[in-house]
Design a binder for this molecule. Structure first.
Ligand code: C5P
Length: 232
């Protein structure tokens, strides 16, 4: 018989861009002492590597086979220093580069390629380790960890998500237009929800939380309650 205690539990946090899932996932992992998988970073790293290699990512020119080969051979690692996780691509710290808007857009394009998703699947599952894992993304509960005991789908209105991103960028001194951000968010939502491969959708057994009118602490509390009930 399988010893269930040796299977690391997974808490999946899925949802659209800007729903706060990255922040919640990190706080939760810290609180529980679990490992953290930021699966979006893997798609962002693939996108950055493809952009660096001048691979066409637009419309009819999208070179799917080349992007999938890049995803399969990514030379990456995540380094932890002072509680912060940095993403290293081919030996270079690219943590800031992968957060740029052009990489965000490219990431949602490469993420729609089934062969890219397939190439990154095992890499994501390899993050599962004792005492547990918090996995943040779009298809953590549906495709990557369907057996996870706790699945959360975190959402918020597109306007609220654009406003949060606007405040974040302004705080960093980056000047952007709220309207452009809202358009970008809608375009990425549309691509993430309507693609054939692992579209963004709550797992059947996910708990859906809307963070439009709840702050981070409120959401964290609700998720911790769920973990308590289902994992103990
Ligand atoms: O979460 P983040 O915004 O960093 O993800 C970047 C992009 O990667 C998303 O817009 C989405 O298209 C894609 N993604 C995905 N599946 C995941 C995580 C991210 O398709 N599990």
């Amino acid at each position: 018989m399988t010893d269930m205690t040796s299977i690391p539990p997974v808490v999946t946090i899925d949802g659209p861009s800007g729903s706060g899932k990255g922040t919640i996932a990190k706080l939760l992992a810290d609180k529980l002492g679990y490992a953290l998988l930021d699966s979006g970073a893997l798609y962002r790293l693939t996108a950055l590597a493809a952009l660096n290699a001048d691979v066409a990512l637009d419309g009819d020119n999208l070179d799917e086979a080349r992007v999938a080969a890049i995803a399969g051979n990514l030379d990456i690692r995540f380094a932890i220093a002072g509680g912060e996780v940095s993403a290293v691509l081919e030996g270079k710290d690219v943590s800031r580069d992968i957060r740029m808007e052009r990489v965000s857009m490219a990431a949602s394009k490469v993420a729609a390629i089934p062969a890219v998703r397939e190439a990154l699947l095992q890499r994501q599952r390899d993050f599962r380790a004792l005492p547990g894992l918090v996995a943040d993304g779009r298809d953590m509960g549906t495709t990557v960890f369907p057996d996870a005991p706790v699945k959360v789908f975190l959402t918020a209105s597109a306007e609220e998500r654009a406003r949060r991103r606007f405040d974040q960028l302004q705080g960093r001194g980056v000047s952007v237009s709220l309207r452009d951000l809202l358009e970008d968010i809608r375009a990425r939502d549309d691509r993430d929800m309507n693609r054939a491969a692992s579209p963004l959708a709550p797992a059947e057994d996910a708990v859906v939380l809307d963070s439009t009118d709840i702050d981070i602490d409120g959401v964290l509390h609700k998720v911790l309650d769920l973990v308590q009930q289902r994992i103990g």
